[in-house]
Design a binder for this molecule. Structure first.
Ligand code: NAP
Length: 266
């Protein structure tokens, strides 16, 4: 069995700590280091609440990537730092598997070009839950027949970016199939700004942020006399881990950046 050496960025976070637990369950993965904002030089098992790993925590990207031999970086942090980590990983020949959301189109293009130039595999996926990927694919299919669509995404109130990466990705996929149109009444007027949500090519995206939520999305299609709702719920962050493991296995065979888990699934 090949052993894959992994660095996790964001180990104290909700997703990062779940990724550490996922690594514990797989004999073919070895945690070799973590990148964090604090606890420089400590071992993972010296940080209260983290699983029992002997790997060292680094706060500086270059020091970490120079000190440690690694195959894959799992990044589950925040948009700006996640972008810096991903770029540095590609430059150091470490394959990034990135769940961090909120990268700009320009950043994604730059990372795609860099991975191609360095011939390094990379996976960036706004949603690693297999059910969410299917929800996006079914929505793309439905958009062929229902050009009127609104997206409601709901997340916990600690999420930094809005709309969610999944909502943006869903809208992008729908746009590929949908005849472009501005929805709603041509004279509609917001009496409170933002009431109709974000406008993406004429379709509306609404972002809810509440304690108690994890990650949920409804894509609602409207036609004469009927509605179709395609809905996905992640109730626990464990739902993202099988997609992350799948991506780690696949990124080892890639020499380009793949954006979206659906592009890795058969
Ligand atoms: P979180 O709990 O806030 O965790 C983020 C972690 O990153 C925190 O521990 C934070 O440290 C750390 N961090 C911030 N800046 C850092 C830096 N400079 N270096 C190293 N670590 C740094 O957030 P989360 O819910 O785990 O989500 C993390 C990311 O994953 C978000 O972008 C979220 O949207 C995304 N996400 C993706 C998926 C998917 O399937 N792709 C699913 C869920 C979430 P502090 O605690 O000290 O701030």
């Amino acid at each position: 069995m090949t052993n894959i050496k992994v660095i996790v960025a964001g180990p104290r976070g909700k997703m990062g700590s779940e990724a550490l637990r996922m690594i514990k369950k797989h004999d073919d993965l070895t945690l070799v280091a973590c990148l964090d904002m604090e606890n420089d030089g400590l071992k993972v098992n010296e940080v209260p609440g983290l699983p029992d790993f002997n790997a060292t925590i680094y706060t500086d990207i270059d020091t970490c990537f120079q000190a440690v031999e690694a195959d894959v970086l799992i990044d589950l942090t925040a948009p700006e730092v996640g972008y810096q980590h991903t770029k540095a990983a590609i430059e150091y020949g470490i394959r990034p598997v990135v769940g961090t959301t909120g990268f700009t189109k320009e950043q994604l293009q730059e990372l795609t070009d860099l991975a191609e130039e360095k011939q390094i595999g990379a996976v960036i996926a706004p949603n690693f839950a297999i059910g969410a990927v299917l929800m996006m694919e079914f929505s793309k299919w439905a958009a062929k027949y229902f050009p009127d669509v609104e997206i409601i995404e709901k997340h916990h109130d600690q999420k930094l970016d809005a709309p969610s990466g999944t909502a943006v990705k869903t809208a992008e996929l729908i746009r590929q199939e949908r005849t472009s149109k501005v929805q709603g009444h041509p004279n509609e007027k917001e009496t409170i700004e933002g009431a109709r949500g974000a406008d993406y090519d004429g379709m509306r995206i609404h972002s809810l942020r509440l304690p108690g939520l994890v990650a949920h999305q409804e894509v609602i299609f409207g036609g004469p006399g009927e509605n179709l709702t395609i809905k996905h719920d992640s109730f626990h962050r464990e739902s993202f881990m099988s997609g992350i493991k799948f991506s780690i296995d696949h990124v080892m065979k890639l020499d380009v950046l793949v954006y979206g888990l659906e592009n890795l699934l058969e």
